[in-house]
Ligand binder design. Structure first.
Ligand SMILES: [Cu+2]
Length: 348
């Protein structure tokens, strides 16, 4: 129904324009070709200026209405994100100034230099000076922007500080799996043929002694406010992309080719809920790469908490090894408390 209506409207507009054009053609025949052309030029010149004014007013109004609803207005939630926002603002200011000047000149000139029989046009075929100016200035400006961008890129994708925690993120159709290295701070080896959705979702090699304390979680990742976190990204099937809009980072998760990035969150989820005045606020991981029919639902949650809360959460996690081999789980004996479980992990 909407489709037919849209087509009808388009046809109708076309017919109206066609009729107006036809009518103005008859008018020009009656009035004389030249007089009507001059009048049309005047109208066009005026419309150009009107378009310029409405355009700028429109930009201003849209900005007033919608800026507050964007994530930019909320502010970035990581040190790296603040640098990204800084780059965005500098780029917007530089391109904004150029945009305003060029659009103003374009439409103003269309009005000012409309047909005038008393004016003679100025003609020149080439100006080396002009060519140099309009080549050199954008080239220098873009080089500066790119250099800042590259510097930040190498910072985000380079080595994190020594105190950084490391989380391995694996994308799958359609969700996220997070792996923590456990007490030994070393991830166990993986082999794709070991993948078993029920007990070994990323294909851990259980014989590897570093693997036996690895902790797996799905959909929700815990990290600590103020502590740098390095993400090692991968995928179990097709290419996904870890999109962290609040932290202003994104990176492809590619099967077989680990990619990395790191960031330092500066607000806990709770602080962000207060800051945004939204008690339901959650940091999200979105999949930023179309990856199949469930792509839209591929959402993960990041809980940014303080160290104490993180330690409490971590203490409750059970190494995946015990899910794969329940008979080896010391906590399976009903009387044994949580603390014993941790000692058991250390001994291994
Ligand atoms: Cu995906």
């Amino acid at each position: 129904m909407t489709l037919y209506l849209s087509i009808a409207i388009i046809v109708f507009i076309y017919v109206v324009i066609f009729q107006i054009a036809k009518a103005s053609e008859y008018v020009s025949i009656l009035k004389g070709e030249e007089a009507s052309r001059k009048q049309n030029n005047k109208i066009n010149g005026f419309l150009m200026v009107a378009f310029l004014v409405f355009g700028f007013v429109g930009i201003y109004v849209c900005n007033e209405l919608y800026y507050g609803k964007t994530q930019i207005a909320q502010g970035a939630a990581s040190i790296q994100g603040e640098k990204v926002d800084e780059m965005l603002f500098v780029t917007l200011i530089v391109t904004g100034i150029v945009f305003v000047i060029t659009q103003f000149l374009l439409f103003w000139f269309a009005y000012k230099y409309q047909e005038d029989t008393n004016r003679k046009s100025f003609f020149f075929a080439h100006s080396t000076k002009l060519e140099l100016i309009w080549t050199a200035i954008p080239a220098i400006a873009l080089t500066v922007l790119v250099v800042f961008g590259l510097r930040n890129w190498f910072f985000f994708t380079g080595e994190p500080p020594k105190n950084a925690m490391v989380v391995e993120v694996t994308g799958k159709q359609f969700g996220w799996i997070f792996r923590y290295s456990g007490k030994d701070a070393i991830f166990g080896k993986k082999y794709y043929k070991n993948v078993d959705p029920a007990t070994n979702s990323v294909g851990i090699v259980w014989d590897d002694k570093y693997a036996q304390d690895d902790i797996l979680t799905e959909q929700t990742m815990y990290i600590v406010k103020g502590t740098p976190v390095k993400l090692i990204l991968g995928s179990r099937d097709v290419i996904h992309d870890v999109g962290l809009s609040h932290f202003r980072l994104k990176m492809d998760a590619v099967p077989g080719i680990p990619t990395t990035m790191w960031f330092t969150p500066i607000y806990t989820t709770k602080e962000m809920q207060e800051k945004t005045d939204n008690p339901n606020f959650q940091y999200e991981i979105s999949c930023d790469q179309i990856c199949g029919n469930g792509h839209y639902s591929m959402k993960g949650i990041i809980q940014v908490v303080d160290q104490e809360e993180y330690d409490m959460w971590m203490a409750k996690q059970k190494p995946q090894y015990y899910t794969a081999f329940p008979e080896k789980d010391p906590t399976a004996v009903p009387v044994v408390a949580d603390t014993t479980a941790k000692t058991a992990v250390v001994k291994m």
